[in-house]
Structure formats: C-alpha cells, structure tokens
Design a protein around this ligand. Structure first.
Ligand SMILES: Nc1ncnc2c1ncn2[C@@H]1O[C@H](COP(=O)(O)OP(=O)(O)OP(=O)(O)O)[C@@H](O)[C@H]1O
Length: 624
C-alpha cells in the first residue's frame, strides 16, 4: 500500500517540541492519557451501537489492553472502541481541533518553565506519548469500516499514513520506548500507574500475560460514581475529575449524591479550582457527561445544566432517561428538565454551604467563577434569590468582599437603598467623584467591575425589599441619610447662595448647549467640582463604554447630566461671577468642567484641540 507523508499543523509541532524536551516530572501520566482516550473511544462506540448494534458485532466485550514486548522494547495500549479512519487519524493526531487550543498554543512563550505549568493545566493527551517514546505507531480501524490504517511518527514534524490489512476494530497505540524508559516494560510499574491514575475507568484495563501467563485486570473496572462514597478516596475522586474534565488542578468542591423520588439519578460533580480556558466561549455549553445506565450519551448535553453553572464538571447517570433517543431529542425530554432542576438546586445549595464557611476559601471560588454565576441573576428568575445569596462584592468599606445581607445589616439610618457603581476597576471606582458624597457620610457603595454586572443590575430591582441604586445614575438624595452629620453640616454652610447657583446653571447650559442633557447641583460630590451622571432608566456610562468597545453602541458618547458641587471653591467662584452678570465670560470654564468630567469617565474631551487651548489659557493666568 502507498504511504502518505504529511506534516503536523504548526501548533502541534510546537506542542510536541515542548512535550519531548521537558514537561512533567511525572512521565507516567502518558499512560493515563492513552487509557483515557481509549475509554472515551469505547464510550463512543457503545453510544453509536444503540442505533446500530451491528457496530459491536463479534466483539461486544469492550476493554482496554496493555501489551508489553520486552524484546522489541514496546508498550502497546489497545482498545476495541470506535476506532479512526484515515481522515480521523490525520485530523485528530495531526491537528488541534479543540476550540481555544490553537490560541492557547500560540500563547506559549517558549520559556519552558512557564509553558509547562500552562500545559499542566491543559493536558496534551495523545502527544504525551512522546514523553517516553521515540516513535509512536497507531493502528486503527473504524467501527463499521473494512479497512484499517497505520499512522507512524517520531514526533519531529511529519507523520505517515498507510492503509493496512488485518487491523482489528478499535485502536492500538504502540510506543517504541526511549532508552531510559524501560520501567514501562515492567508489569509492577504498569500495575502501579494504572491503580494510581486509572482505577476509576469503568472498563477493564487488562495487562496481557507474557508467554502463556494469565491476563490480569489492573483496575476496579466499575464506574466510580456507582460505588458507595465510603469506598472512594479523595485521590480517586481527584483522578476521576482529571479524567472527565481533562483538568490538572484539584477540585475545589466534590459533590457525589444519588437522587431518588420523582426521578432517579446519580451525580458526581466537581467545581474546579482553576478557571477552565474555555469558560467564556460564546456557546456557553455545559460540560457534564450524561450517562443512561452507565452508557455514555453526551459530553455536553444541552439543557442538562443552566449556562451559568457551566463551570461545573462531572457525570450524571440516570436510569430514567430513554436509551433509544437521539441526543437532539433528549434535550426536549421532560425528565431531563427535572434532572436539570434537581442538579441546579443541589449545586446552589452546596455553594451556599461553602459561602457560609471559610471566607477565604469562598473568595477564591468567587474570584474564579463569580462572574459566571452572576449570569444567573439575569437569566434564572426562579433561582434569583438563591443566587443572590451566593454573591459577594467589593465595596468602599474595607478590602474584603461583602454579601448583600451584610451590606444591609450595616446600612445607615435613613438609608433606603443598596448603592453600587459599575466600572472597570475597584481602585478607579473608589476614587470616582460619584461616590465622594457617600464616602463622606460613611455610606457603603458596592464596586461592580465585571461586565455582567451591567446586565444583572438592570434586571434585579431589589434585594430583600431594598432597592438597588446606582450612584452614577439619577438624582442623589443623601440628605435623609444620617451619616457623619458634622461633615455634612459644615459642607452645607459653605454652599454658594441658591440665586448665584441658578445663574451659574443657566450660564453653563447656555455655554454647553446640546453637549449636556442638563446641569444641576448635587450633594454626591465633596472634593470634586463636577461629575457626569446618567438619568434614571438611561444606560450607565460604563455600559455605554462596554458596548462601544464591542462596537455595539453609538459611536459618540451621548449627552449626560453635568452635576456641580455647590460647596466647591471653583463652583462658588464661578457662581459669584455668573450672578454678577459675567455669565458669557464663563464659556471656557464651562467647557473645561465638562471635559474633565468626561476624562474621569474614560472619555476624551469633546474637542481635544479646543481643550488644550483653553487649558493653556487658564494656566497662563496662573503661571505666566
Ligand atoms: N484510542 C482512541 N480511539 C479513538 N480515537 C482516539 C483515540 N485516541 C485519540 N483519539 C482521537 O484523537 C483526538 C485527540 O486526542 P487527544 O488525547 O490529543 O485530545 P483529547 O482527548 O481530545 O483531549 P485532551 O488533550 O484533553 O486529552 C481525540 O479527541 C479522539 O477523537
């Protein structure tokens, strides 16, 4: 048969280079990766055979075998699963198809130490074989096909594919071990590695006996989730999590339970410690593996979990779902909706327990997945209260995170709203003019910096009967709140007279025209002379910027309300001039006030050239 020579995709070549030249201290994990792939291949075949039983014909006993050949110095991992045809071999073993992977590989810096820890989180699957093997030979025949294929490569840029006869269904991967990797030819070593990393694999992993010796099954070969909790060690849970989630961190939360009653199912669920790289892909797919009576059905069954819990990994197995429907049909099965509801409830209640526990531990979860969970505030009306209780926020009080319940408990007398501000960073928000008046009164303001915050605040009007209110929107009425009264009284005394302020407002409006929606005084400012706010019901300034960044909003920043601080010396000085009939000479001052308020909001001045000219004029008066 003719041999075809092909090149690896550039990203694969780069990955292989790193794998071969460094990587893990634990080289033995190559075996876990190959067994994991073999087990997936068997799962896929069992699923396909539900509708096409002939695929299993003649060899229904799915298993994984390890074969040692000491003379040839080879170790073979073979399965009788779904197998691969020529295209599959080229696509799966020569390119990287998984979404986000190419970006990931491009991000590798070339610095071995950094790259290894990155890859550690990610996994290299099949390619890890090159940690111990110089040459890898794959023989495979796809279930239902007549022809088999042989794929060979030394991992140095090229591989060959040839059609071959006499290949059994499934895949066999032969590793020609490097000189110093002879340990993987020793049965005791393989026994140890399989027990450590692959005990939970539901299929038997069999070590073929050499020269007439008996075959030996190295693992427990029962699906981990079907075993009783008391028989499972933490290490076994972790290994299982690594296998199903393709993850390398320790799970932050492990939840294993059996639901009985209206619907029966077992859930073995994990919340990762580290953020999966594909958490924010537009599909927002969940990655739970769905089994029906231990038969694998789907790795991302839509409808099994709401998108805001997509960070949860694990397995759900139910005998109550029909085995003979397609994945697509399953999404609309009423039983699935019940499982979804049960899973959601259970996960949220476990998270609630954690939220009540050690604050530090919960804070790490919140920093990693809080932004995803908050999508639920916007999307899951039914569970909004439960999700709200799980939320934590940065605030103007202290460096820690605060829950809404804690916030409410420390509200000031006369305060009738939960105040928040949205923006890019906690530090910038803490210093923004809009929060000055609240800070002066000791009124706490929540600082919301996730993009999703803009969306949920629009759909959650209140918490426990108390409205949520943006300090950057609408009129601030701080007079009713009994805060640090002294500071307030002093500020009041110092205000410009009302008539002078009225003249100034008229002058500013005349000078700025359409560039502002309105001009008014406010008590939200203490040290800044002015700021911009949105009216109630209008888009916040931050949201406007977000949409603009995604090219979804208007190109120009729409007119806003300019609020002035009646006790600021600059405003008082301008008010005096305005009252004295010098309003028309305040043009430059009006534009400079607006431009600085825009700059604080992350916008440029209305007209940069005019801004620079005015600024120079003012500076000239002070310095020349
Ligand atoms: N034994 C096998 N039988 C059938 N297909 C396989 C086998 N091993 C690998 N494959 C195919 O090759 C693909 C690539 O495998 P690889 O291990 O590199 O990545 P993966 O399993 O998708 O993800 P990960 O990198 O997290 O392990 C698999 O998705 C699968 O389609």
């Amino acid at each position: 048969m003719t041999e075809e020579k092909l090149s690896f995709q550039a990203e694969v070549a780069k990955l292989l280079d790193i794998v071969v030249h460094s990587l893990y201290s634990q080289k033995e994990i190559f075996l876990r990766e190959l067994i994991s792939n073999a087990s997936d291949a068997c799962d896929k075949l069992r699923y396909a055979a539900l509708t096409e039983p002939a695929l299993l014909a003649g060899d229904a006993d799915l298993r994984i075998e390890l074969v040692i050949d000491k003379d040839a110095r080879t170790l073979t991992v073979r399965d009788n699963g779904v197998g691969m045809n020529r295209e599959d071999l080229i696509n799966n073993l020569g390119t990287i198809a998984r979404s986000g992977t190419s970006e990931f590989v491009k991000a590798l810096s070339g610095d071995q130490r950094k790259d290894v820890s990155l890859i550690g989180q990610f996994g290299v699957g099949f390619y890890s074989a090159y940690m111990v093997a110089g040459t890898v030979e794959v023989r495979s025949r796809k279930a239902g096909d007549e022809h088999g294929w042989r794929w060979v490569s030394d991992g140095k840029g090229e591989f060959t594919v040839t059609e071959v006869a006499d290949v059994a269904r499934g895949t066999s991967i032969t590793l020609h071990l490097k000189d110093d990797e002879g340990e993987f030819l020793e049965p005791f070593r393989l026994r140890q590695v399989v027990k450590t990393y692959s005990d939970h694999i539901a299929l038997p992993v069999v070590l073929k006996g050499a020269e007439g010796a008996e075959d030996e099954t190295l693992n427990s070969a029962s699906a981990l989730w079907t075993r009783s909790k008391s028989d499972i060690t933490d290490e076994q849970y972790t290994e299982f999590y690594h296998h199903i989630a393709h993850a390398f961190d320790a799970p932050w939360l492990t939840l294993h339970y059996r639901a009985e009653g209206a619907i029966e199912y077992t859930g073995l669920l994990f919340v990762p410690t580290e953020k999966p790289f594909d958490l924010f892909t537009p599909e927002r797919k969940n990655q739970l593996k769905l089994y029906v009576n231990r038969v694998f059905i789907s790795g991302d069954c839509e409808g099994l979990l709401p998108p805001y819990l997509r960070f949860v990994r694990g397995v759900v197995d139910s005998p109550d779902l029909p085995l003979n429907v397609s994945r697509e049909m399953l999404q609309h099965n009423p039983m699935l909706a019940k499982i979804r509801s049960g899973l959601t409830k259970r996960i949220l209640s476990e998270l609630a327990k954690k939220a009540e526990g050690a604050a530090d531990e919960y804070a790490t979860f919140w920093a990693t997945f809080g932004a995803v969970l908050k999508e639920g505030l916007h999307e899951d009306y039914e569970r909004r209260d439960d999700i709200t209780k799980l939320c934590r926020f940065a605030s103007t009080q202290g460096d820690g995170l605060v829950s809404l319940a804690e916030y409410k408990a420390r509200m000031k007398d006369g305060q009738d709203a939960i105040y928040f501000i949205t923006g890019e960073s906690v530090d910038a928000l803490k210093n923004s003019p809009q929060v000055e008046g609240y800070l002066a009164k000791g009124v706490e303001v929540l600082l919301l910096t996730d993009d999703i915050d803009e969306f949920w605040v629009a759909s959650v009007p209140s918490y426990d009967g108390t409205p949520l209110k943006s300090v950057g929107q609408g009129v601030a009425d701080l007079s009713k709140i009994k805060g640090e009264e002294k500071a307030e009284d002093e500020a009041k005394k110092d205000e410009a007279p009302a008539s002078a302020l009225d003249s100034l407002i008229a002058a500013l409006k005349a000078a700025l025209g359409e560039a502002v929606k309105d001009v008014r005084t406010t008590d939200r400012l203490t040290s800044s002379p002015c700021c911009l706010v949105a009216n109630d019901g209008e888009m916040s300034l931050h949201l406007e910027r977000l949409l603009k960044a995604h090219k979804r909003g208007p190109d120009s920043f729409p007119a806003r309300v300019l609020e002035i601080n009646p006790s600021h010396p600059l405003i008082k000085g301008l008010a005096t001039r305005a009252e004295a009939g010098e309003g028309s000479s305040l043009d430059d001052a009006a534009h400079l006030l607006l431009d600085q308020a825009r700059i604080i909001e992350g916008e440029g001045p209305l007209d940069p050239v005019a801004f620079a000219r005015r600024m120079a004029k003012v500076m000239e008066r002070g310095f020349a």
